[in-house]
Design a binder for this molecule. Sequence first.
Ligand SMILES: Cc1cc2nc3c(=O)[nH]c(=O)nc-3n(C[C@H](O)[C@H](O)[C@H](O)COP(=O)(O)O)c2cc1C
Length: 120
Amino acid sequence: MLFCLHRGSRLRGPLEESGSFVVDFLTHRQEQVAWRFAGRESAHLSEVPHHRTPNGLPVLTEALVFLECRVADEYDGGDHTIVLGEVIGLGTSAEEVDPLVFYRGGMRVLGAAGPEPVDV
Ligand SMILES: Cc1cc2nc3c(=O)[nH]c(=O)nc-3n(C[C@H](O)[C@H](O)[C@H](O)COP(=O)(O)O)c2cc1C
C-alpha cells in the first residue's frame, strides 16, 4: 500500500516516530468525516469514534475496511514523499455497506448498475 504525503505535512513527525500508518476505507455515510480530515485545519482523532489495533494504531471504528501498515520504504516524489507500507493487519466491517469514492472532485457512491460502456 502506498500514499503520497506532501513535504510540509504536520503528519511527517508522527509518521517517522511510529514508522507505521493506517488506511481507512470509508463508507458512504462518512462523507463529512472525509471532508473534515481532508481540510487544512483537519479534524482531530478524538472527534470521531476510533479504537486502537493491538499494535496501538488508531482505526476509525465506522470504517468499512482498514489496513494497518509498517513503513517499508520512502521515495522522492517532488513536493511529496511516496510512502510505501507493508500491510501487517487488516479488518473489515461486519455490515455490508457501500464505500465512499472520490471521483471528479466530489465524494460519490458506486452505482449499482456499474460503469456505462463508452465508444473508443
Ligand atoms: C481530494 C483531496 C486529496 C488529497 N490528497 C492528498 C495527498 O495525496 N497527499 C497529501 O499529503 N495531502 C492530500 N490532501 C490534503 C490533505 O487532505 C490535507 O489537507 C493536508 O494534508 C493538511 O495538511 P497536514 O498534512 O499538515 O495536516 C488532499 C486533499 C483533498 C481534498
